[in-house]
Every structure is written in C-alpha cells, then in structure tokens.
Design a protein around this ligand. Structure first.
Ligand code: C2E
Length: 274
C-alpha cells in the first residue's frame, strides 16, 4: 500500500511537471484570454467589469482558472501571468470612454505572490501607459496578501491608493483570518466582496444570512462599499438589496463574456423581474 501511495504521488508530481511545462509554453504562445463579468449597482446600472482569465488550450478548449491558477501560484508563474492580465485589462479602459462608460471600474484579481513581487511597479506602468484616471482600476485582494508582512502590505496598498487604484477585498478570507479585521480600518480598502459561498444558500441557511448581514454592517461602519458575488436567484437579489449590498454580480445578471459583450450587457431580463 505504501508503494501504491508513493507511485500515485509520483504520477501526480509527473503530471504537475507536465502541466507546468505546458503553462510556460502557453504564456509564450499567448494562449491566455480575458473574459469580463459585469457588476451592477442596486438599480442595475453597470458599475464594474471583473477580468477573469481563461486558458485557450489548443486541444482542450477554454479552461477555467481552477485548472491552472494554483499551479501558477505554486510555481511562481503567476507573477508573469498576473502582469499580463493587468496589462490586458487596463488596455480596455480606452474602449470604455467612447461608450460613455468611463465611470466603469476594471477589476483585476491579484494573487499574494504577485502582490509581493513587483505589483506596485506593474500598476504604475499601466496607469501611465493607458493614462488611467483615479478609480478606473480596482484590484481584488485576498487576506493572504496581508498575513505574511502586514506592514509592507500596508505600504504597498497606500501607494496603490495614491495611484488612484481602488481595492476590494474578499470577506471570505477576512472572516477566516479574523486577526486582519483590525487591518480593515487601517488599510485603504474601498470595498468588501461577499464570497459566493455565503450567497449560495442565502434562502435556506440562516447562518449565511447572518454572515452577510455582519459584513454589510461592518462595511457600513467603516464606510466601505459592498459587492455580493454569485447572485443566481431573485430571492438572493432582493434579500441582498434590501439588506444594503450596494453592488451585485452573478449569473442572474450576466456570466463572464467577451469585453464587447460585457460592455453592451444589459442585465438578463430575468434579473429585472419583480
Ligand atoms: P472570484 O474572484 O471569486 O471570481 C468569481 C468567480 O465566480 C468566477 O469564476 C465567476 O465565473 C464565478 N461566478 C460569478 N457569478 C457566479 C454565479 O452566479 N454562480 C456561480 N456558480 N459562479 C459565479 P472563474 O472565472 O472560474 O474564476 C474563479 C477564480 O479564479 C476567481 O474567483 C479568482 O479567484 C481566480 N481568478 C480568475 N481570474 C484570475 C486572474 O486573472 N488572476 C488571479 N490571481 N486569479 C484569478
């Protein structure tokens, strides 16, 4: 049995090495694409576009981040991939303005390793290159960015805010590592994002409702915005709106789509229903 386990382990490792080689080649061949998922205000106006990366695999088709992000993070490839995502997302700002969408934020996910390896310089470069105004770029950070070196993280975040970048933070992480709750009030965080794991079962799970209420109350006290993600039903939409979530995102409104489709996106007709 022991030999069986180590053989299995060995084949998992072999597979990871093969995927890593494929990922390196994919970066060189520019096989990564961005989709954008709209975020709407309570009154269903488009307020943000979240960039979500996909791997256009030559044989397997369009692959979601769950197939490759963790390997990129473990191997350090995420720094280069993240830099490309940031550049590609920022490049789209110029197309928003002529459509009267200059107020719409471009929101980009950032991994902890990317944050610690040159993120500030990368952001400075894209802000200059694309002449991004204050508030155009939003970074979505998780708590892991803060835990290793909170003081340094705070310095980077303050410098990002000075560049006009807004910062949204996933509350799933803040909830878990509650020690960072105290950083919430010190750091230039503009928005809390309610993870879709808390939104999923809102209708049936009282403790999820309590968590969402607590996040919204915390945001109100700290004067932060709230984005709820993973909204799939009218019940969730109405409950979140009534409870005070300012922005909503989820399949009820729109799925991740091409930039052109996202900017012309009206919320799905079903999302407008009473
Ligand atoms: P996230 O930041 O929480 O992004 C939201 C994820 O939820 C997306 O999955 C989106 O397609 C999905 N989603 C949105 N609305 C709904 C809904 O109503 N129902 C359900 N079931 N799912 C919904 P996706 O695109 O597979 O991304 C997964 C995660 O991968 C993201 O979670 C983010 O953490 C990570 N990710 C995506 N793009 C990047 C990137 O460029 N860089 C980094 N570091 N991470 C990324």
């Amino acid at each position: 049995m022991h030999r069986g386990v180590s053989r299995r382990q060995h084949s998992v490792e072999q597979r990871q090495i093969a995927v890593l080689q494929e990922l390196r080649a994919a970066l060189e061949r520019k096989e990564f694409r961005l989709l954008f998922q709209p975020v709407f205000s309570r009154d269903l106006r488009l307020v943000a576009l979240e960039a979500l990366v996909r791997w256009e695999h030559p044989l397997r088709g369009l692959l979601p981040p769950s197939e490759f992000i963790s390997i990129c993070e473990e191997s350090g490839l995420i720094v280069e991939l993240g830099r490309r995502v940031l550049h590609e997302a920022a490049h789209h700002y110029a197309f928003l303005v002529p459509q009267g969408l200059g107020h719409v934020r471009l929101s980009v996910n950032v991994s902890a390793m990317q944050f610690a390896h040159g993120l500030l310089d990368d952001v400075r470069r894209v802000v200059e290159e694309f002449d991004l105004p204050f508030g155009a770029l939003e970074l979505e950070l998780t708590e892991s960015v803060i835990v290793d070196d909170p003081e340094r993280a705070a310095q980077v975040m303050v410098a990002l805010a000075e560049l006009g970048v807004t910062i949204a933070s996933a509350i799933a992480d803040f909830g878990v590592g509650y020690s960072s709750l105290r950083y919430l009030k010190r750091l230039p965080i503009h928005r809390l994002k309610i993870d879709r794991s808390f939104v999923n079962d809102l209708e049936s799970d009282e403790s999820d409702r309590s968590i969402c209420e607590a996040v919204i109350a915390l945001a109100r006290t700290l004067r932060l915005g709230v984005v709820a993600e993973g909204v799939e039903s009218i019940f969730q939409r109405d409950w979140l709106r009534t409870s005070g979530a300012g922005e909503l995102q989820g399949y009820l409104f729109a799925k991740p789509v091409s930039f052109a489709a996202a900017t012309s996106a009206e919320p799905e007709p079903s999302a407008m229903a009473d």
